[in-house]
Design a protein around this ligand. Structure first.
Ligand code: SAM
Length: 252
């Protein structure tokens, strides 16, 4: 079963990637206004309200692979935008036999469109897109989390991952986008997640704006008890290992 080959999913993803690519020239012009002294401005989500800023097709497939490889049932996404990454993630959930993506989007109109795009792809039933600030909306993800995508602005990654750690199942995967985008925002997160004292084993993957792939290996779940029967040595993890994978160097 591969929902990425489902004609509905293919059609919607093709349309969304095409529309996003068409925005690239305008996006490049506008990007400068969202940076101040190496950091993203507080109002950048509002400035980017009409822009997709999606994961690349390669990243999308990688997210699908991750959801399948760890047999995820609950996925959390920080930064849903118009739902491109959500489609790849929920396609994986459907092919796993079911599950739920808890998405988050600050800009209400984007959340509304994301829900419509997921419905058009036939994946709405695996999705709960929460409107508002992820620091509030993701405080309770509703159960043990198998996969997390951080894609809502690197300046907030550390805060969001600290919020989610108590909810991670053993072997949970955290994928963080734009980790080497050239700003200073991502540095506190990268430093923290790569420190084994914090319970993760983490690797950098050269894909789009730099992707950090981190596996929660502390062996505890919500209640602080060992969660058994999880897959810590999936084929995907073996492939990533400690090496940097040169998958896709494109920036946008
Ligand atoms: C890079 S885009 C996400 C792209 C999306 N993952 C995809 O592949 O289509 C980042 C999104 O995060 C949203 N965002 C920024 N800060 C947020 C916050 N505090 N809570 C929720 N969403 C936020 C922005 O509005 C923006 O739409």
């Amino acid at each position: 079963m591969n929902s990425l080959a489902d004609p509905n999913v293919v059609e919607v993803l093709d349309r969304l990637h095409r529309e996003a690519e068409a925005q690239t020239p305008e996006l490049r012009k506008r990007m400068a206004a969202t940076r101040e002294g190496g950091q993203m401005t507080e109002d950048w989500p509002e400035q980017m309200r009409d822009f997709y800023l999606p994961v690349s097709r390669e990243q999308g497939r990688f997210l699908y692979q991750t959801v399948r490889a760890v047999r995820a049932e609950r996925v959390v996404e920080f930064g849903t935008s118009f739902g491109v990454s959500s489609i790849y993630l929920t396609a994986g959930l459907r092919d796993n036999g079911g599950g739920i993506l808890v998405g988050s989007e600050l800009v209400e109109d984007k959340a509304v469109t994301a829900r419509q795009n997921l419905a058009a792809a036939g994946l709405a039933e695996y999705t709960e897109i929460r409107s508002g600030d992820a620091r509030d909306t993701l405080a309770d993800p509703g159960g043990l989390v198998d996969v997390v995508l951080l894609d809502g602005g690197p300046g907030m990654y550390l805060e969001i991952v600290e919020l989610l750690v108590p909810h991670l199942r053993d072997g949970a995967v955290v994928v963080a986008d734009n980790i080497e985008s050239g700003g200073e925002d991502e540095q506190p997160y990268a430093k923290w997640i790569r420190d084994p004292a914090h319970g993760f084993v983490s690797s950098s993957i050269v894909m789009k704006g730099g992707t950090e792939y981190s596996v929660w290996v502390s062996g505890t779940g919500v209640s602080g008890t060992k969660v058994s029967g999880t897959m810590q040595h999936s084929p995907l993890h073996a492939v990533v290992g400690d090496n940097r994978l040169d998958i896709d160097r494109r920036l946008l």
